[in-house]
Design a protein around this ligand. Structure first.
Ligand code: FAD
Ligand code: MLT
Ligand code: ZN
Length: 507
C-alpha cells in the first residue's frame, strides 16, 4: 500500500517512539550523593526519594510519576518540593552541573504527558511555593508564587472584587505556573484573551540556576525583547517559572448563563454570529458540547442541564455566558436573543434555559466543565485538542468515527465513543475518543489520521494543551521545519545540556 510522504514520516517517528530511541541527551540518574547535597539546603519534608535515608512510601512518589489521565508514567526516584526561588536556583545549578534531567510539575493536570518524567528525571514540584506576593486593587496586577492554585487565586482576589483572566475545569488543582507554562486557554479566553496578553511579568529560574527576575507589573514596557513570552507555553523546557505577575479584571456586576439545545450542528455558526451581534461586549463565553459529550456528562452526574423533554432531538448544545454591568439589562439582551433564535425560520434552537439562581448557574457550568471528568470515568481517552475552522467541527468528529468504523474498532470492547466539545468562540475543538483501554491498534488508527486531517484544514494539532510527550513526533504538522529549527536553537541557548523536561515539546 502506498502512503503519503507525511504518513511515511509519521510512521518512522512513531516506530522510533515505541522503540524509545529518541535523540534525548545522555543524562544522569539521581544518586544518594545528590540527595545528600540537596539535604544541605532543603528541609527534610521537601525531599521525597527512595534514595533518601528517610523512608518514603512508593505510593507517595507514584502520584507524581503518573499523569491525570493515567496514560503517562515516569520512573522517577526523587521529588523535590522547594519553598523558595533560591532553593529552585540551587537545585537547577546542581542538576545542570551533574546533567540530571528535571521535570517541573505544577498541579499535574496537564493532558499531554508533559508533567511526568519519561525516564527517571528528577521531579521538581512547585506545590510548596504558594504565597500571594502582592495585589494592587487599582491596576489589578497580581503577583504570586508559581505554585498558587488557580482557584485559590480566584478566591483571594474575589475579596477585592476582581477576577482572574482565566478559568478552567482543573482550577481546583492546576497552578498558575502550570497555566503559564502551558499557555492554558480555558473558558474565558473569548473575553479576556490569552496569557500572552495578560501575563505582565515572570520570575524564571534558568537551567543553570540563574534567576531571571522579569516580574514587572507594568502594562507597557518596550525595552527590547519581551523575554517572558518565551516561557509562556514552553512547558518547562526552558526553565522553571517561580513567580507570575498577571493582570486581573474588575469583577463583572452581573453574570448569567444559558444552555441552548440545537436541532442541527449546522446551526452553530449562524448562532455564534447572531449571538455576537446581539450580546456584543457582554458575551464572555460560547462553549460547545455535542450530544455524546452532553450524555456522558449527565450520565456521570456532572451538573444539571435540560430535562429529557427539553434535550430530546438536539444534535448539540451551546453554553453561553454573559458578564456585564446590570443584571436586568443583560437579561433583557439575552431574552431578546432567545426570542430571535426561536423565531428565526427555521428556528436555530429547540429551546434555551436561562439559569435562575447561582446554584443553577454553577450547575450549567459544571455540565460543560465536567465533560473531561465524565470522559475519564467512562474509559481511556485519546484526546486531540485542535484548532480548525468552526464549520468543520462536526466533519472532523464524523470522519474520525468513520475511520474507526472502517478499521473495525467502533465497538464496546475497543472504541466506545467519539465526541466533540470545546471553545467554539476560539475555534478550538476537543476531539475525544473514549476506549476500553489504551492500545497500539487504536492509536495507529488515529495517528497520523487526525493530524493529517487537521493539517488539511491548516489547523493546529495543539490549540491549548501543548505538545508535552504526546505530540513531539507530530509537531511538523503545525510548524514548518524552519520554525522547529529556530525552536531547537532557542532551546539549546537556554539549556545546552538538555536537562529541562527532556523529551517534551521537541524530540
Ligand atoms: P502540570 O500539569 O503540572 O504541568 C503542565 C506542563 O507545564 C508540564 O510540561 C510541566 O513541566 C510544566 N510546568 C508546570 N509548572 C511549571 C513551572 N512552574 N515552571 C515551568 N514549567 C512548569 N487546559 C486548557 O488549556 N484549557 C482548559 O479548559 C483545560 N481544562 C482542563 C480541565 C480538566 C478537568 C483537566 C484535568 C485539565 C484541563 N486542562 C485545560 C489542562 C491543564 O489543566 C492545563 O494545561 C493546566 O494549565 C496545567 O496546569 P498544572 O499546574 O496542572 O501543570
Ligand atoms: C476543556 O475544555 O474541557 C479542557 O480543555 C479539557 C479537555 O479537553 O477535556
Ligand atoms: Zn479546553
Amino acid at each position: 500500500m502506498l502512503c503519503s510522504r507525511a504518513t511515511a514520516r509519521h510512521l518512522a517517528r512513531y516506530a522510533k517512539r515505541w522503540q524509545h530511541t529518541s535523540a534525548r541527551p545522555a543524562l544522569n540518574s539521581v544518586t544518594p550523593d545528590d540527595i545528600a547535597h540537596f539535604a544541605q539546603f532543603l528541609p527534610q519534608n521537601a525531599i521525597l526519594s527512595t534514595l533518601s535515608p528517610v523512608s518514603v512510601a512508593p505510593a507517595e512518589i507514584e502520584q507524581y510519576n503518573s499523569d491525570w489521565m493515567g496514560k503517562y508514567r515516569g520512573k522517577s526516584t526523587t521529588v523535590l518540593r522547594p519553598h523558595t526561588t533560591e532553593q529552585v536556583s540551587k537545585i537547577l545549578k546542581w542538576c545542570h552541573e551533574r546533567r540530571i534531567g528535571v521535570v517541573p510539575q505544577g498541579g499535574n493536570t496537564g493532558l499531554v504527558g508533559g508533567s511526568v518524567p519519561i525516564e527517571d528525571e528528577l521531579i521538581l514540584s512547585l506545590g510548596n511555593m504558594s504565597k500571594v506576593r502582592s495585589f494592587d486593587p487599582v491596576s489589578g496586577a497580581l503577583v504570586a508564587d508559581a505554585g498558587c492554585i488557580l482557584e485559590a487565586l480566584t478566591e483571594h482576589i474575589a475579596t477585592h472584587d476582581h477576577i482572574m483572566p482565566l478559568d478552567l475545569g482543573a482550577k481546583g488543582s492546576c497552578q498558575i505556573g502550570g497555566n503559564v507554562s502551558t499557555n492554558a486557554g480555558g473558558l474565558r479566553l473569548l473575553r479576556y484573551g490569552s496569557l500572552h496578553g495578560s501575563v505582565l511579568g515572570l520570575e524564571v529560574v534558568l537551567p543553570d540556576g540563574t534567576i531571571l527576575d522579569n516580574l514587572s507589573t507594568l502594562r507597557k514596557d518596550n525595552t527590547g525583547y519581551d523575554l517572558k513570552q518565551l516561557f509562556i507555553g514552553a512547558e518547562g523546557t526552558l526553565g522553571v517559572v517561580t513567580g507570575v505577575s498577571i493582570l486581573t479584571s474588575a469583577a463583572p456586576r452581573a453574570v448569567n448563563n444559558v444552555i441552548l439545545a440545537l436541532p442541527r450542528f449546522e446551526n452553530v455558526l449562524p448562532l455564534f454570529k447572531s449571538t455576537r451581534r446581539h450580546l456584543s461586549e457582554i458575551l464572555s463565553a460560547f462553549e460547545f458540547i455535542d450530544r455524546t459529550a452532553y450524555e456522558l456528562a449527565v450520565k456521570h452526574g456532572q451538573g444539571k442541564g435540560l430535562t429529557n423533554e427539553e434535550s430530546e432531538g438536539a444534535e448539540c448544545f451551546v453554553l453561553l455566558e454573559t458578564s456585564g454591568g446590570s443584571k436586568e439589562h443583560d437579561e433583557e439582551k439575552l431574552n431578546a436573543l432567545l426570542e430571535t433564535l426561536l423565531e428565526s425560520d427555521p428556528p436555530l434552537i429547540n429551546t434555551g434555559v436561562l439559569s435562575q439562581s447561582p446554584t443553577q448557574f454553577a450547575s450549567l457550568w459544571r455540565l460543560r466543565e465536567g465533560v473531561t471528568e465524565a470522559v475519564s470515568k467512562e474509559g481511556k481517552a485519546y484526546k486531540y485538542d485542535i484548532s480548525i475552522p468552526l464549520a468543520s467541527f462536526k466533519d472532523v468528529v464524523d470522519a474520525t468515527k468513520e475511520q474507526l468504523r472502517k478499521k473495525g474498532l467502533l465497538h464496546e470492547n475497543a472504541v466506545k465513543h467519539v465526541l466533540g466539545y470545546g471553545h467554539v468562540g476560539d475555534g478550538n475543538l476537543h476531539l475525544n475518543i473514549v476506549a476500553a483501554a489504551y492500545t497500539q491498534e487504536i492509536e495507529a488508527a488515529l495517528e497520523p489520521f487526525v493530524y493529517e486531517l487537521v493539517s488539511s484544514y491548516k489547523g493546529s494539532i495543539s490549540a491549548e494543551h501543548g505538545i508535552g510527550a504526546m505530540k513531539t513526533h507530530a509537531i511538523h504538522y503545525s510548524k514548518s521545519a524552519v520554525a522547529v529549527d529556530v525552536m531547537k536553537r532557542i532551546k539549546h541557548l537556554f539549556d545546552p545540556h538538555g536537562i529541562m523536561n527532556p523529551g517534551k515539546v521537541l524530540e
